[in-house]
Design a protein around this ligand. Structure first.
Ligand code: HEC
Length: 474
């Protein structure tokens, strides 16, 4: 069956019609396809130009394309923008999409349409890539190229270049944060997840500011990053931009903290310096701020996963005693994390609803799932986070299946949380540049303080690589 070729120009409608008419691909079609294969005149099969280029451009080139590396994290091994490269990678492309390894996106398909920037590959597109690879990656005729998407739109349409050469998708930031000196990720390190301070390196913060967008700009070997004030960075993700009138409050603090995840091969000659930056854009004085966005990771450490256990569940609950709008969820565990479900029990419903189901968690991709529309969680609701862990030898990422693992902050500990971004529902009508109620300032300071206290000691984290990133006044 996999040698059947059908025209994939306008693939979706053709397939749909065939399905409705109940037509089955016959041996004839197979024979004809096979007969035609290998000749340049073949038009009845998916070629690079007739179909594959469009599929790659729509689904892959945002990361596997020009400038993607500079815009968000680990570097994909190739740019899928030319026939030559796509052909060379065709069998690995087929494997990667068959295994659902690419495009990276962990939320179950039941959530299709719910989250921003979702990455589901349609069955048709998946099949196009697989049959094309199996047919030997035919090129087809460049004149057939389907101009589905403008490459520039996918990649860097809105990016602006800062004076130092860095690219920012949300525009050049008002304030840029960076490490005091580049962080050395030394040779021995394969995997390292320190929490580090970042200070203002460009611009200044002399009074509290309302953040309208935040963006992380990472270097090579950085797998993902998380910061209360800078958001979450995974490869290929753009900035967080809040809707008009929604903002995070940044107090006068000249430091923000960021959790880095460095991942590379260990060994001689592999040391790299990382100079990740974070940027923020602020509301202008006079703009109206109605909703103050806050974040909470729902930390929970009180559990122990028995050595060798293949499917150990951990339950984490959060109760809401005020109405809130939920903006996003970012489940977080380490190497043994296997699956996670976030459910909500509202007081007005007899059943728990599933807000997020990740059946096959991959710690390499720390997605922050942003809802297309803020979701009202009424007072009296409880959020249930269930994590499942694989502490057995079958888990290829498991560093040591012979030990019990407890909740804790180190990479070798486990975590069972989910970062949420939310806002209280009462519109505040605050004016940027004007008075900020003390209660709101206090909440913002307390949240960042909590994050720092919970974190690994900055100095000891950075010392593990022999580099001194001095511990800062907190
Ligand atoms: C969110 C960004 C992103 C998107 C979208 C994406 N990729 Fe990737 N891809 C990566 C990164 C980063 C790597 C390298 C790291 C890794 O292998 O985990 C990679 C690796 C790969 C590899 C190499 C895997 C191997 O065999 O080592 C293939 C093949 C691939 N991607 C194909 C695709 C295809 C095909 C699509 C679209 C259907 C796609 N990718 C979409 C980021 C992305």
């Amino acid at each position: 069956m996999d040698r059947v070729r059908i025209s994939l120009q306008g693939a979706a409608p053709v397939v749909a019609v065939l399905a409705v008419a109940g037509i089955v691909f016959t041996g004839d079609a197979v024979a004809q396809g096979a007969f035609q294969a290998g000749t340049d005149e073949v038009t009845s099969e998916a070629t690079y130009y007739s179909a594959v280029q469009a599929v790659l451009t729509r689904n892959c080139v945002g990361c596997h394309g020009p400038n993607a590396a500079a815009l968000g994290g680990i570097t994909p091994p190739m740019e899928l923008t030319t026939y030559e490269v796509a052909r060379r990678w065709s069998s690995r492309i087929a494997t990667a999409v068959k295994n659902n390894y690419m495009p990276p996106w962990d939320a179950d398909v039941q959530h299709k349409g719910v989250f921003k920037d979702e990455r589901y590959l349609s069955d048709e597109d998946k099949q196009t890539l697989i049959s094309w690879a199996e047919a030997g990656a035919p090129m087809g005729d460049p004149s057939e190229a389907v101009a589905v998407v403008n490459l520039a739109d996918v990649v860097t349409s809105s990016a602006e270049v800062a004076p130092d050469g860095s690219l920012w998708r949300a525009g050049v930031p008002d304030v840029t944060f960076g490490f005091e000196e580049p962080v050395l990720v030394c040779e021995e390190i394969e995997d390292w997840q320190p929490r580090l301070p970042m200070q203002v390196v460009d611009g200044e913060i002399t009074e509290p500011k309302w953040i309208r967008s935040m963006e992380i700009n990472t270097g090579p070997s950085v797998h993902h990053t998380v910061s209360s004030h800078l958001g979450v960075g995974v490869p290929g993700r753009g900035p967080f931009e809040f809707p008009e009138g929604w903002a995070i409050l940044l107090t006068e603090d000249p430091y923000v903290s960021i959790s880095m995840h460095y991942h590379k091969e260990a060994g001689p000659g592999t040391a790299v310096f990382d100079n990740t930056k974070g940027g923020m854009r602020f509301y202008d004085d006079g703009d109206v701020i109605d909703y103050v966005v806050e974040t909470n990771i729902q930390a929970f450490m009180d559990f122990t996963i028995p050595a060798g256990h293949p499917n150990y569940p951990v339950y984490n609950e959060t109760h809401f005693d005020e109405d809130i709008y939920l903006l996003s969820m970012g489940p977080h565990a380490h190497y043994r994390g296997k699956a996670v479900k976030i459910e909500l029990q509202r007081p007005d419903r007899p059943f728990r609803e599933t807000l997020l189901w990740v059946p096959d968690y991959d710690f390499n991709w720390q997605f922050q799932y942003e809802l297309e529309e803020p979701y009202l969680i009424p007072a009296g609701s409880t959020m249930y986070i269930t994590w499942w862990y694989d502490n057995s030898a079958d888990n290829e990422y498991n560093p040591d299946p012979t030990v019990d693992v407890s909740g804790g902050p180190a990479t070798t500990d486990e975590m069972a949380n989910a970062r949420i971004y939310f806002a209280r529902t009462e519109p505040l009508g605050l004016i940027a540049g004007g008075e900020i109620p003390e209660e709101i300032l206090e909440r913002s300071r307390a949240a960042e303080d909590r994050a720092r206290r919970r974190a690994l000691d900055w100095e000891s984290a950075s010392q593990s690589c022999g580099v001194s990133i001095a511990s800062r006044s907190r």
